[in-house]
Design a protein around this ligand. Sequence first.
Ligand code: EPZ
Length: 420
Amino acid sequence: MGAFVIKGGKPLSGTVSVSSSKNAILPIISACLLTTEECVLKQIPGLDDVSGMCELVSNLGANVEVNGRARKISISTPQLTGHTADYELVSKLRASFLVLGSLLARKGVAKVALPGGCPIGSRPVDLHLKGFEAMGAEITTGHGYVEARCPDGKLKGANIYLDFPSVGATENLLIGAVLAEGRTIIENAASEPEIVDLASMLTKMGARISGAGTDTIVIEGVEKVHGVEHTIMPDRIEAGTIMTAAALTGGDVTLTNVVPEHLKPVTAKLRESGVEVIEGVSEICVKSSGRPTAVDIKTHPFPGFPTDMQAQFSAYLCFAEGTSMIVETIFENRFMHVNELKRMGAQIRLDGRTAIIEGSEKLQGAQVRATDLRAGAALVIAGLAANGVTEVLDIHHIDRGYEFIENKFQRLGADIRRVQ
Ligand code: EPZ
């Protein structure tokens, strides 16, 4: 298990290019199964989760060629040789559950392991299953698997209302609806930018979709879709993570390959805490001269403050002047970073889904452990600003969603190194 060793106190400065989005590419890889033709995906980040998703679709019959140097992946599936996503893979990579939609659309049958929970919550998939049942799939769950079958081999268009604007359920059902018979309307859909990116690729493949990025998505089913070339959108959470680190260390950092529109809630909160944020067309500059002032955060589905930035911002506010209140409304257990931050001297009180943070001038470096992807990122941010040396253990969690994050921070002047 690797670790990051960080010597805190160095302001970040310079320019960094943000990698492409993990949460955009994972459903996009599943969507490539919808066609027999070649799909070429560009600007691919080198992430463990991407490799896992590629392994899954190749187990299902896809020919996957990864060109690491050109950062391109080619996926073509002349025929699906299987329709089972087994527990071994799904339990490690929840996004594997997103092949349910493409398997039902392409083959009318699927057997996918239930993803189970993860550190941040129970992560049910009831909304996915309810949606596919509305589209005519007969679904049974047993022995840890979901088995789904369309009586006449195809999904049927349906009106679906999501009890919660679930990102994954919206993506799964959107993918399934592309080849369904008739019209599907997904109401109370998630409107995250990653869904817009998925819909833009599907549209280029010949799908007929309107309303992606709003709470109502309409899909007119088509007979088939064709191959495509698609460049993955920038990762708004990686960008927000770097922006927060720059702000906390009193830095002056320009991020390129970003979509400022995707970062509005993070930009607003950084500005509210006293940081200068200048938005360009595809870049953002963060300038900070010192200690942030306390702000309150409440996570919400897009365009609210993203839950995937909550841990990172909690770390940031541990150094703020004043008291901050953080409310995590999306996941039931997304404060795993709090105990680790307290080992660095942070003053945080938890009450259910609320964290009250008394800001301190400084935290002390310590040995801490990453429990999940974003908690790990939060500990790196805290280590970059703490007094002394911080060692972040179990950084495989971080590698799942951040491409060589230590190299990015090193290039901005941070004293951070990876050790085995
Ligand atoms: C996606 O997860 C992201 N993952 C998560 O990012 C992100 O935190 C989350 O969306 C919310 O933005 C990927 O895109 C691969 P949800 P997903 O379905 O789709 C409940 C990261 O750090 N729910 O929107 O699983 C669920 O329990 C990861 O990059 C149901 O109740 O999120 C949760 O409370 C972590 N029933 C809430 O909805 C369902 O059928 C949000 O879940 C589905 C979800």
